[in-house]
Design a protein around this ligand. Structure first.
Ligand SMILES: [Zn+2]
Length: 311
């Protein structure tokens, strides 16, 4: 039996995060110096990858020592966890000059994570999503939110502390509900004008403070499409590190079918029968395309399309 009913791309990070060791600076230093320890290199959000034997790509690991040297100190370094007892770190690089033409020349190439994700092993997308989300957080939270002074990194990258007022800051995850509204044998998909041409997807929105997942789902369906939610079923979640979301995938049974796009978030909504939904996923409908398999929306639509009966 697996832990999750469905593992999305960017989920399934296999590392033992060993969070209880993060605060042990001496141990972290030993791991960083150990010759077998590994490093993941991220440059402007792009991971260093290489061609995998047999096709596709994989993470181009460097030694942890090299990652530490590239980081030049704890601020740009993250202890990701342990892989079968071996420590794995990540280093965050920025700047205009491509490090693949400089310090990591010959060790791999930097690729956009979203573009390359489907060619990577699923577990590696989980590792990279963790590193990317952490570095996005670090980049945008350099100052104390309580007093405005510069904060400093602690716990091997997993915390920031304000030296002025002692407030501790922890990485944040922003929950987003994404739901496929269904009524009987039809589901509702919508599109925004900014999306790729003819692409239709599940509806989505940020969870607000004070809301449950079910309430956020019902509010979003009402606001965006004037649908009344009767019942909500959980499908799966997906870490989405642009910059730090967690997509909570739901299938929502609704009461009415007179959906209307709000013309703010959505330009158009349309109902598809289960047969049409299957055809859309196969690319056989001329005027509607499904999101790619990378996206949890695709998996939600697919899961419902492949069900036989009622939700
Ligand atoms: Zn402060």
């Amino acid at each position: 039996m697996t832990l999750m009913a469905f593992t999305n791309t960017f989920a399934g990070n296999p590392l033992d995060r060993a969070s209880y060791r993060r605060g042990d600076a001496a141990w972290i230093g030993e791991q960083l110096a150990a010759p077998e320890s590994l490093g993941v290199v991220i440059w402007n959000g792009k991971p260093l990858v290489e061609d995998a034997e047999g096709g596709g790509a994989r993470i181009a690991y460097v030694s942890a020592r090299m990652a530490g040297d590239l980081a030049g100190g704890p601020e740009r370094l993250l202890f990701l966890g342990l892989w079968q007892g071996v420590a794995v770190f990540a280093v965050d690089l920025d700047g205009v000059a491509d490090p693949a033409d400089g310090p990591v020349q010959g060790l791999g190439r930097f690729e956009d994570l979203r573009m390359i994700a489907m060619t990577l092993p699923g577990t590696e997308t989980g590792i990279l999503a963790t590193a990317k989300a952490m570095f996005e957080w670090r980049r945008k939270h350099r100052h104390c939110a309580a007093c405005g002074q510069p904060s400093v990194v602690a716990d091997a990258g997993w915390k920031r502390v304000c030296p002025s007022c002692d407030t501790q800051h922890f990485p944040r995850t922003d929950p987003v509900v994404i739901m496929l509204a269904v009524k009987g044998e039809r589901c509702l998909v919508g599109r925004q004008a900014a999306w790729p041409r003819l692409m239709y997807s599940a509806l989505a929105g940020f969870l607000e403070p004070g809301e449950t997942i079910e309430e956020a789902c019902a509010r979003e369906l009402w606001e965006e499409a004037r649908l009344k939610t009767r019942r909500v079923r959980y499908h799966s979640t997906q870490p989405w590190p642009w910059p730090s979301s967690l997509m909570i995938g739901l299938i929502a049974e609704v009461e009415n079918d007179d959906a209307v796009a709000d013309q703010v978030e959505l330009d158009e909504v349309r109902w598809l029968t289960r047969a049409e939904t299957r055809a859309m996923l196969r690319g056989e409908i001329a005027d509607a395309k499904a999101p790619g398999a990378l996206a949890i929306a695709h998996q939600l639509i697919k899961a419902w399309a492949e069900e036989d009966g009622e939700v």
